[in-house]
Design a protein around this ligand. Structure first.
Ligand SMILES: [Zn+2]
Ligand SMILES: [Zn+2]
Length: 455
């Protein structure tokens, strides 16, 4: 018997946690946290009590209370007994938090399969952000002197066939707003299951998604699990291509008399490359954060990405914020960085990747005649926090007289594209995930969170 159980990603954006069981083999696809998972019970300073592991998550039914899945620390504060792992593998489609945030709770002996590139990204994020943790790459000493086991991480590249018990899993690349994104083709003893992960058609490499669609179709899948982030949303949001965003941003920056602020998602390397190309064309320096420099260094070995080396590239400067103390990785980089004094003196010639949390740097740089390109999603009307952040940003920009330009290409395919792909792959059964719009999908299986469905 083959079955699917969705523990997350149903009627929510992200949080995908999809269990496939084939005889005795049990495999998870993704292990993330949806953007709204905690909203019903937690806000602001009211957060789950980390010191008790998953206690609050279990009690409020936010995570599946399942034997043989979690590590000892995760269940120590709960009434679930720790036991040997009862799962064979977890496959990660890409490095976004809504697909990876709960990896840290897993038993380290469950093999963790992810793309080489996703591994490098997660490595960099947990090195540079103390609050983010996904896995241990090496054994770690705990406070009581005992050892914390390293995770069993197995990195793959596109097309590699991976046998897990009675299943064969083939990752196939897709284009998305983070490099190293994959869909999976899973062969079970009762037919194939295709899972798209997150994908788009309007990025710089639509052919990657095309490869996935072609191979998924050839598998004649029993089931297709497909993301629908932009299905059923309001149609007012603009659907730009990555190329359009680069061209329009180029025009805005070429016409600016002062500094150009560029705000983007930290893992969106395609957008970084768009600003990098504009920097070259306009003869400006692209000023990046130390975290971005660390991420680029972590990805430097992957030649297929063709990324610049931040410390050597003459079009890139690394900006160091003035701090009382620096972390070790920051100290190692510090002497190659520029500071606010440099940015103030050279402001006419910079594109400055400034993140929201660092807006106060503007106080030291005192930008004149600048512009701001907001290269992220527009604020969500239904989300008060996003509205509040937008108000704060607008106040900063008004204070320094910087006009605001909204220029963004989504990481997700449009509704029409999603429906077209479903037609093309023509699965026997359809499972929409990662969407609020499942009602708009063609004939599909209605899924209840945590309820097993036989294939
Ligand atoms: Zn996602
Ligand atoms: Zn994603």
């Amino acid at each position: 018997m083959v079955s699917l159980t969705f523990f997350g990603g149903i009627d929510e954006i992200g949080g995908n946690k999809i269990l496939i069981e084939d005889k005795k083999t049990r495999v998870f696809l993704d292990f993330g946290q949806s953007f709204t998972l905690l909203d019903g019970f937690f806000v602001d300073w009211l957060a789950p009590r980390d010191r008790f592991g998953l206690r609050d998550y279990f009690a409020l039914r936010l995570m599946p209370k399942t034997r043989g899945l979690y590590n000892e620390a995760a269940v120590a504060g709960t009434n679930l007994q720790y036991c040997e792992p009862e799962f064979d593998a977890v496959f990660i489609s890409h490095a976004h938090a809504d697909h990876t945030a709960h990896l840290r709770y897993l038993d380290p002996r469950i093999p963790l399969y992810m793309g080489e590139c996703a591994k490098s990204i997660l490595h960099s994020v947990q090195e540079t952000s103390p609050t983010q943790k996904f896995f241990n790459e090496e054994a770690k000493e705990k406070k009581d002197g005992t050892q914390e086991e390293p995770n069993d991480i197995r990195a793959f590249r596109t097309g590699k066939e991976i046998t897990v018990g009675s299943m064969k899993v083939t990752p196939v690349h897709v284009d998305h707003s983070v490099p190293g994104a994959y869909g999976f083709l899973v062969e079970t003893s009762e037919g194939a299951i295709a899972y798209t992960g997150d994908f788009r058609m309007h990025g710089n490499k639509p052919q990657l998604t095309g490869d996935f669609i072609r191979e998924a179709k050839a598998f004649e899948p029993e089931a297709l699990i497909i993301e629908g982030t932009r299905v059923g949303g309001d149609g007012r949001r603009k659907n730009h291509t990555e190329e359009f965003v680069r061209q329009e941003s180029g025009k805005v920056i070429a016409g600016a008399k002062g500094p150009a602020l560029a705000m983007r998602y930290p893992k969106d390397i395609d957008r970084f490359m768009s600003f990098y190309r504009i920097a070259k064309q306009t003869g400006r320096a692209l000023v990046i954060s130390m975290k971005t420099a660390h991420l680029l260094n972590s990805l430097a070995d992957d030649e297929s990405l063709g990324l610049p080396k931040p410390e050597k590239d003459k079009n890139i400067e690394i900006y160091a914020r003035e701090m009382k103390t620096y972390k070790k990785w920051e100290k190692d980089m510090l002497e190659k960085c520029v500071d606010s004094k440099w940015a103030k003196e050279n402001q006419k010639g910079i594109i400055w990747e400034l993140e929201f949390a660092s807006l106060a740097e503007l106080v030291d740089v005192e930008p004149k005649s600048g512009v701001c390109i907001h290269s992220m999603s527009e604020p969500f009307e239904e989300d008060p926090l996003s509205q509040l952040q937008d108000n704060v940003l607008q106040n900063w920009l008004a204070e320094f007289g910087m006009p605001y330009h909204q220029l963004h290409a989504s990481g997700h395919a449009s509704g029409e594209e999603v429906f077209q792909i479903i037609k093309e792959i023509a699965p026997k059964r359809l499972f929409p995930v990662h969407t609020h719009g499942s009602g708009d999908f063609p004939k599909h299986v209605k899924v209840q969170k945590g309820k097993k469905i036989e294939i």
